[in-house]
Ligand binder design. Structure first.
Ligand SMILES: [Zn+2]
Length: 465
């Protein structure tokens, strides 16, 4: 087939100059997408088969769709052991033999791998079936917590992720996606496929355009769904109610935001603002529902929480069902989360495992002197409760725990404004109550916050181990 015939979503700018300009910038995904991929994705989406079963290489999953979790895990481990040099060596060193995973306990006896362990191996040795890194697509993780890791994948894995995202969006609006409605994406990257042969289209802008242009475009294109970073959403807040354009929900990702912040945004826009927990290595791990819980993407991954502490938080360790190019089995993501233990299905009616809270990267929490942790979610909630909202003079902030008893609140205010003294003293009071009564809190006003290594705004940082 001829790639020139790919439906061009960028053509739908309705001659609005500012939209035209900002939609031109290519997304990294433009390089990958083909007409064949779109056709295959559409076919799988229509027939409703499990994308992983349809698209994974022979031997990766057991035959037939309805296998137990252990049968699936056992097969993945055997595949990696037989076809990936790194796994052959690591598993052999612990005495693994083909077919030896018969129970959850067997699976849990396999070594846990981290980014730094994976990085000790050559790229080629992490790949399955003799693939060579030089011929394989990859994305790199940010280097913010250690060395960057190249994550390799193929077109089929990209299709699986696209179809997973459609399922996620459908769950946000509580009905199946309709083929002619747009997904509107304000982000530097987009989903792997810009459309499925002109259906299920995504319109992407790499940054927020002037709002009058955006309002005009929303009115014309009438998206059902908006994906944007939390920081972008504050820029959009003057637009107000988005339901008048047909938008039914907003998805945020990539940046830290608190439930308090998302509730405030949701009030402004008149639609739910729901967070996604994802990473470069593992794609979408979980996503938030209307009840505020993060449901695990169980079609895509198997999640364990390890070394769970007294407060219920453990390390997020994942086995990725779509990672057949570079298998990730018992991979420690470097994040902490806690299970929602309430019995039965969630009040949103969706079944399956769910997190009650995600703490993000291990350096995202503050430490008390007795070694106990204060989660970034708690810290963000404290600041957001005091400062977030259209009337707030606070533009940006970052909380840094410099030393066990030293907290720094770096902030940027709206030009010509100040931070209310009463809010400042309330913030100090809350931090003393939540961390230690003996801490010192320093306020530092800046004109701009320094950049973090990726585009993520990192709002909570602990500067010591
Ligand atoms: Zn739920």
């Amino acid at each position: 087939m001829d790639d020139a015939k790919i439906y061009n979503t960028k053509d739908n700018h309705f001659n609005i100059e500012d939209i035209y300009k900002r939609s031109r910038v290519g997304a990294p995904e433009d390089e990958l997408e083909t007409l064949e991929m779109q056709a295959l994705a559409l076919d799988i989406f229509k027939t409703g088969v499990s994308p992983c079963h349809r698209l994974s290489p022979t031997g990766w999953l057991p035959q037939g769709e309805h296998k137990t979790k252990i049968q699936v895990l056992s097969q993945l481990v055997d595949f990696a052991f037989a076809n990936v040099p790194m796994y052959s060596e690591i598993y052999r060193s612990v005495g693994y033999e083909l077919g030896s995973i018969r129970s959850e306990a067997d699976f849990k006896s396999l070594p846990v791998l981290t980014r730094s362990i994976l990085n000790r191996w050559n790229d080629d040795d992490r790949l399955s079936l003799g693939r060579k890194a030089i011929d394989t697509y990859f994305v790199g993780t940010s280097g913010s917590s250690g060395k960057s890791l190249k994550v390799f994948y193929d077109q089929n894995a990209a299709i699986v992720e696209t179809l997973e995202s459609f399922k996620q969006y459908a769950s946000y609006i509580n009905e199946s996606l309709s083929a002619d409605r747009w997904i509107y994406n304000i982000h530097m990257s987009r989903g792997w496929l810009s459309s499925l042969l002109g259906a299920y289209r995504t319109f992407t802008l790499n940054e927020v355009p002037p709002l009058d242009a955006l309002i005009e475009h929303f009115a014309k294109i009438r998206p059902v769904f908006l994906c944007a970073l939390p920081s972008h959403l504050w820029e959009l807040s003057p637009i107000g109610d988005l339901s008048r354009f047909g938008i039914r929900a907003i998805s945020t990702n990539s940046e830290q935001s608190s439930r308090v912040e998302r509730s405030k945004l949701s009030e402004i826009f008149g639609v739910p603002v729901l967070d996604e927990y994802s990473s470069v290595e593992l794609g979408v791990i979980a996503y938030e529902c209307s009840a505020g819980h993060y449901h695990v993407n169980e079609e895509g991954l198997h999640i364990e929480l390890l070394d769970v502490d007294d407060s219920g938080f453990g390390k997020v360790v994942a086995t990725d069902f779509r990672s057949w190019v570079m298998p990730l089995i018992r991979y420690d993501q470097g994040d902490l989360a806690s299970w929602d233990k309430s019995v039965g299905v969630c009040s949103c009616t969706k079944a399956g495992n769910r997190f009650s809270e995600i703490r993000g990267r291990a350096d995202d929490y503050f430490l008390r002197e007795d070694g106990s942790k204060v989660s970034s979610a708690t810290l963000l909630n404290i600041v957001d409760t005091l400062f977030t909202g259209p009337a707030s003079t606070l533009k940006e902030f970052r909380l840094v725990q410099e030393a066990p008893r030293e907290i720094r609140f770096e902030f940027v205010v709206v030009s010509g404004e100040e931070l209310a003294a009463s809010s400042k003293s309330q913030l100090v009071e809350s931090l003393l109550i939540n961390i230690e009564p003996t801490i010192k809190v320093e306020f530092i006003q800046r004109t701009k916050l320094s950049e973090t290594p990726s585009y993520k705004r990192k709002k909570v940082i602990r500067a010591f181990a």
